[in-house]
Ligand binder design. Structure first.
Ligand code: NAP
Ligand code: MG
Length: 482
């Protein structure tokens, strides 16, 4: 897919129309939050952007009731083609205001404008277009009638791709006929709140989409345990995912969990080495490594290890770290001080456990949260940096001799979300793809996303799939469509 095709926004729409403060969006209205407020800040400057109201359990109750009412009285009675029209409108409006959203996402999250402009926001529109097309085609169960939606979907998303994670969740839910209560992450609520304007411009009926920023342990917890919710879709850490699964054990609430990862990026000696270097850089330094499917473990065949690592370091030396609003920036700010502390703490175990550390020498701004791209070589599978998800711009390099050893090392992880294989031998590619316990395996590329492809994990990376047909059937009652 040519992503650039999807970002035709006139310059004039790049003006940011932000308010000083935001409440909650419930039942088609802005209302006050009752759980206090906090500023969302720019991680590149530490300056506040806007004051955000935080939902408490009572606010969540109102949002779920509004979603239920909208489901019963409007949304579940609408034909699929009517729902589709709203989704198409939302997709087009997002395209028209793509630059505005790209700037807001970059300011709130810290990721480079080049990424939000060319990847995040175009993909957001692509996701809505894709699921708009599904809305009137869900009668494939065979009876010619719309299959049943689940009802009210509670959706909880992380901070690494804020608006894209909203699109992954909201678009299929609405296409399938559900109504939504969505809680964005506390450090990146801005674009979800701006999305309210899009819903209003599209004329979406009140209560179909409710946006409720708040703290995970308060608003998230209240949403997960609310008896009026029929489905919880969660993307975030494995520890919170585990907690949610425990909370919902024994209930009839449908659950999908998209959790952490420790992706293996496997380079064979017959790979196109320069392309593999590019793909490796994209695999771990894209979005500062705040990517659940990042290729954070590089497995290089032993006989090309030295050449590969040398070329890799040379390429990483050209990366520009700094102001995310500068369109030449490759690596932006770390999303929060808390995340920076976590990256530093896990990285600090590398050398004491026997690995060699290489860090890009570059200046970084004084204010804000920064971590220089880092590569550890001489890593073994038992090292902390090879096992724990760092969720930052840190690559751990391991070696292998045979395809079987590559498979064994790649699968030696509690996670199973993504993997990549670089080889020019087709049969080897197929054997590897078959043997890798990962939800997605990229062939001679890394970190490519498309709304038609299912995405999700094995093992501690969660269960359920988002994207494509799998993504929409996850919002239908069992027996509705398969
Ligand atoms: P997180 O701490 O698990 O938070 C994710 C979301 O859950 C946030 O909105 C958070 O609210 C909320 N939350 C926290 N505690 C909760 C609770 N007790 N009940 C309900 N909700 C709760 O994860 P994160 O640090 O934001 O994101 C990083 C993690 O997400 C990484 O491990 C990454 O791999 C994973 N991730 C996975 C995917 C995927 O598709 N598999 C995609 C992106 C990220 P607060 O913001 O208030 O904490
Ligand atoms: Mg922020």
């Amino acid at each position: 897919m040519n992503l650039r095709e999807l970002a035709p926004a006139p310059e004039s729409t790049a003006i940011l129309n932000l308010r000083d403060s935001y409440g909650l969006y419930i039942d088609g209205r802005w209302v006050d939050a009752h759980g206090g407020s906090m500023a969302t800040i720019s991680p590149a400057t530490e300056k506040p952007i806007a004051e955000i109201g935080l939902a408490n359990a009572g606010d969540i109750d109102l949002a779920v009731k509004a979603a239920r009412k909208a489901y019963d009285t409007v949304w579940s009675r609408m034909s699929g083609s009517e729902r589709g029209k709203y989704l198409f409108r939302i997709a087009r409006l997002l395209q028209e205001r793509a630059r505005e959203f790209a700037v807001a996402e970059t300011v709130d999250n810290g990721k480079p404008i080049r990424e939000t402009r060319d990847i995040d926001i175009p993909l957001v529109a692509a996701w809505f277009f894709h699921y708009a097309g599904w809305a009137d085609k869900l009668d494939f169960a065979g009876l010619g009638t719309n299959p049943r939606a689940l009802g009210v979907a509670g959706q909880i998303i992380p901070w690494n791709f804020p608006l894209l994670m909203l699109a992954w969740k909201v678009a299929p839910a609405l296409a399938a006929g559900n109504t939504v209560v969505l809680k964005p992450a506390e450090t990146t609520p801005l674009t979800a709140l701006m999305f309210v304007d899009i819903c209003e411009q599209a004329g979406l009926p009140a209560g179909v989409v409710n946006i409720v920023p708040g703290l995970g342990e308060v608003a998230g917890q209240a949403l997960v345990t609310h008896p009026g919710v029929n489905k919880i879709a969660f993307t975030g850490s494995t520890s919170v995912g585990r907690h949610i699964a425990r909370e919902l054990a024994g209930t009839d609430v449908a659950l999908t969990l998209e959790l952490g990862g420790k992706g293996a990026n496997i380079v064979f000696d017959d790979a196109a080495i320069d392309e593999a270097v590019e793909g490796t850089v994209n695999g771990i330094f894209f979005n500062q490594g705040h990517v659940c499917c990042a290729g954070s473990r590089l497995l290089v065949q032993e006989n090309v290890h030295d050449e590969f690592v040398e070329k890799l370091k040379r390429r990483v030396s050209t990366l520009r770290v700094g102001d995310p609003l500068d369109k030449n920036t490759d690596v932006g700010a770390i999303n929060s001080r808390e995340q920076l502390d976590r990256i530093e703490a896990i990285s600090a175990t590398g050398e004491p456990e026997g690995a060699s550390r290489w860090t890009l020498e570059c200046a970084v701004p004084k204010a804000g949260f920064w971590f220089r791209p880092t590569i550890f070589t001489g890593v073994s599978t038992s090292n902390t940096i090879a096992r724990e998800e760092i969720f930052g711009p840190v690559l751990s390099v391991l070696t292998f001799r045979t395809p079987q050893e590559a498979l064994d090392k790649a699968n030696n992880s509690p996670y199973g979300l993504s993997a990549g294989v670089w080889t020019q031998t087709a049969s080897r590619m197929l054997t590897m793809a078959d043997g890798l316990r990962a939800g997605v395996v990229w062939s001679n590329t890394f970190n490519q996303f498309d709304p038609t492809s299912p995405f999700g994990g094995y093992k501690e990376s969660g269960f359920g799939r988002e994207g494509g047909r799998h993504g929409v059937t996850a919002y239908l009652a069992a027996g509705g469509a398969r």
